[in-house]
Design a protein around this ligand. Structure first.
Ligand SMILES: Cc1cc2nc3c(=O)[nH]c(=O)nc-3n(C[C@H](O)[C@H](O)[C@H](O)COP(=O)(O)OP(=O)(O)OC[C@H]3O[C@@H](n4cnc5c(N)ncnc54)[C@H](O)[C@@H]3O)c2cc1C
Length: 332
């Protein structure tokens, strides 16, 4: 879904609103929502086009790497041998554990609630991204609303003393959805979950023999502000594939090893940059640093006179826009 409007409210009052023209085919739209099921379908299609087999229901159980390559066992009883392996098996990565790497970092202080609300056909609710600071009718909590095809994603930032499980019971959620979106939506909750963000990075992205490379959430977990999770995972995978291609063609052990080490150096640095950027956004939202608090208050007070003050409030929750210093794969 492409949507045209960004809007921000501060304690019940609108402080920023901007609507962009609908892009024609030659332009990149300002805002696009692509659900994960769709990105997965695109990737599945790409693998099929390349003639790559997928072995479902066969989880990697063991990974033994050595100077000549890698041997793995999967839960379906098969054994696999390969020159190189990319471990892209997510946050609970078996591959990461098997190569002896471990996660290092912090967990967010507050919990978050994430909920899907089904669209009401033809009700005219605006397709906009709305961020509401300290929503007065949601107990002063921050609320984010993002449109998706067929519905809305509602994020609520819990207060430090909240019990998130209690807050997301049926009655409370009906009331919150009614307040934020209107009565016609209060029965349309289709999915809900609560979580805290981890901000962590593996202490090494490669094994000791430089034969196993970690990519995506197997290598790092980021707070989602700034949308760097999947995006940086794709950059990891791209660089891992390039490094392996060069290593295989090099026919020299030292060159092959260097290439894999270069992958690790570049992507560990990029992950640190992405962690810091997501951390900055998290600190902005959750932290009690008096300078940040004062800056937000001042921007809200000035937003009526100066659009730039409202734009700051609209933009800041998503962290800085910059790219890591060492990247060859776009912005992440
Ligand atoms: C609320 C929310 C919003 C987000 N929004 C954005 C966004 O806007 N933009 C963005 O870029 N990112 C976003 N992210 C982050 C993004 O979803 C993740 O970073 C991304 O999906 C991670 O991809 P991955 O392939 O590394 O891991 P996963 O998606 O976890 O995939 C790992 C795969 O490995 C498989 N697996 C696990 N163990 C094994 C095993 N032992 N053997 C074989 N296979 C195994 C799993 O079944 C799974 O299919 C968001 C995350 C959340 C929670």
């Amino acid at each position: 879904m492409v949507w045209p409007t960004r809007r921000t409210c501060w304690r019940g009052k609108e402080v920023f609103l901007r609507t962009y023209n609908s892009p024609d085919d030659s332009e990149t739209p300002h805002f696009t929502s692509v659900p994960q099921v769709r990105t997965e379908a695109y990737m599945h299609e790409a693998l099929t086009d390349c003639g790559i087999d997928i072995h479902w229901e066969s989880e990697v159980e063991t990974v033994d790497s050595g100077p000549e390559g890698v041997r793995m066992e999967t839960t379906d009883g098969q054994e696999w041998r390969s020159s190189y392996v990319v471990g892209a098996d997510g946050g609970g990565s078996t591959v990461r554990n098997e190569i002896g790497a471990s996660f290092d970092g912090d967990q967010s202080a507050n919990s978050f609630i994430v909920a899907d609300v089904e669209a009401v056909e033809g009700d005219g609710y605006p397709t906009e991204r709305l961020f509401h600071y300290d929503h007065p009718e949601v107990g002063g909590r921050n609320v984010l609303l993002v449109p998706f095809t067929g519905g809305w994603r509602l994020d609520i930032q819990c207060l430090p003393d909240d019990d998130p499980e209690e807050l997301c019971n049926d009655e409370n959620m009906r009331e919150i959805i009614n307040t934020v979106m209107g009565e016609q939506y209060e029965d349309n909750l289709t999915w809900i979950s609560t979580y805290k963000f981890l901000q962590v990075k593996a202490d090494s992205f490669v094994d000791e023999h430089r034969r196993v490379l970690l990519a995506g959430e197997a290598a790092h977990l980021l707070a989602p502000f700034g949308a760097r999770g999947m995006n940086s995972g794709i950059a990891d995978a791209d660089e891992a594939a390039s490094a392996i291609a060069v290593a295989i063609r090099s026919h020299r052990d030292a060159v092959a090893r260097d290439e894999v080490e270069l992958f690790a150096a570049r992507r560990e640095k990029a992950a640190q940059y992405n962690l810091d950027a997501a951390g900055q956004a998290l600190e902005y939202l959750q932290g009690d640093d008096p300078v940040t608090v004062l800056r937000k208050e001042a921007a809200a007070a000035l937003a009526d006179q100066f659009e730039v003050a409202g734009e700051y409030l609209d933009d800041a929750p998503y962290g800085p826009h910059g790219a890591p210093p060492i990247v060859s794969t776009g912005n992440y």
